[in-house]
Design a protein around this ligand. Sequence first.
Ligand code: AMP
Length: 440
Amino acid sequence: MEIKLAKGTHDILYDEAREFSEIEIIMRAVSETFGYEEIRTPIIEHSELFTRTVGESSDIVRKEMYEFLDKGNRLITLRPEFTASIVRSFVNNKLYATKDLPVKLYYCGPVFRYDRPQAGRYRQFNQFGVELIGASSYFHDLEVMMLGYNILLALGLDNVEIRINTIGDEETRKNYVNALKEYFAPFIDTMCGDCKERLKLNPLRILDCKVEHDKEIVKKAPKIKDYLSKNAKEQFDSILEMLDEYEIKYVIDDELVRGLDYYSNVVFEYHVANNKGKSLGAIGGGGHYANLVEELGGPKLECCGLSFGLERVINIRKEAPEHKDIIKETDFYVMPLGKENFYNAYIVATALRSGCFITEICLEDKSLSAMFKRAERANAKFAVIIGDDEVNKDIVIMKNLLTKEQFEIKLDELMSKADELIDGCIEEHTHHEEHDYEKN
Ligand code: AMP
């Protein structure tokens, strides 16, 4: 009986898997140019890590955690986000005592949220993100935002819009939350069940409500910008000034509060419109957080982080008119003529692989024409044919699959010539592509 995928999950195959690796390589490389280093934390964590940090009023904790009792009766959760795990690890490993601050880390891997599956929304999806722990000024927030922006540029996404807001410091939020409570009180009976609960736990969350009727009420709610403390306002204005100076496009979004409770001061999201000019939701977001390290048993340190949803980044990239699938590439396709030559072909393939050439070998006892079809499907540059005659003469027949040119190579010269052959073939390939382009 065929067993189907679990709801809200997806397989990543072939072209898409290549796209994922390419994106990850670019994101890592750009983060490393900013001096970030990789951190890998476990997928499972004690549930308390998230209930205490992400916040009881957040959708993630209220409805979306994959939570279970393990065999030792411990309450365990599949991570719904990375920040809490990174900060836990920072504290557990006492990095605040052994490393220069700020500590700058990047991560990549799957996260799990029991959300309602829909376009661009999965129950298991992949995030790449960074955390800067021990920020000493708003310049660090700016650096994290610029890192995210540079990652998107390096991915070829140049119509990025940064949506930015501040949710102020504690003083700001105390005053603002009181104003929201007062504003929503007369409407709350007509609003959704979630909002009724949000009003009790954290009225800020109501600003994030997706129900149309509630969104109308939210539109006229008091704006946080009118409640900012002097300090919070100065910081936010300074960040905006710097963005202006760098000529980075941004939009102030009064309703942007982000779904996790630990944020304070600046929060931001990256949006990229598709080729029809429509934004497909945030492809990444982040912000400043001030209490998390202390909350988890470390010193009081200010931080800033961001994370990208890889599935969304891929969807946007796929839609770009100039997008090309990343195809499988093979350097040499080794073709033994008959089973009796499998061993000899295997020796040749092993030598080529030891020189880091992508080498496939057909061990399925196929006819020569069937092997050529396979070589073509594998996008091989050369076919290496090995029959009885070739073995007796210590040679192989090499066929350039682009130019169809065929010649013999002595076995003991194979490795010294392989580089030349592949380099020459890449040049020919580029030449053919340019020629095709001119013809079109
Ligand atoms: P968050 O941790 O909620 O700030 O999310 C960071 C990024 O992850 C978002 O900007 C999205 O790109 C992506 N994301 C969030 N939730 C999902 C989901 N359920 N499925 C796919 N991507 C998601």
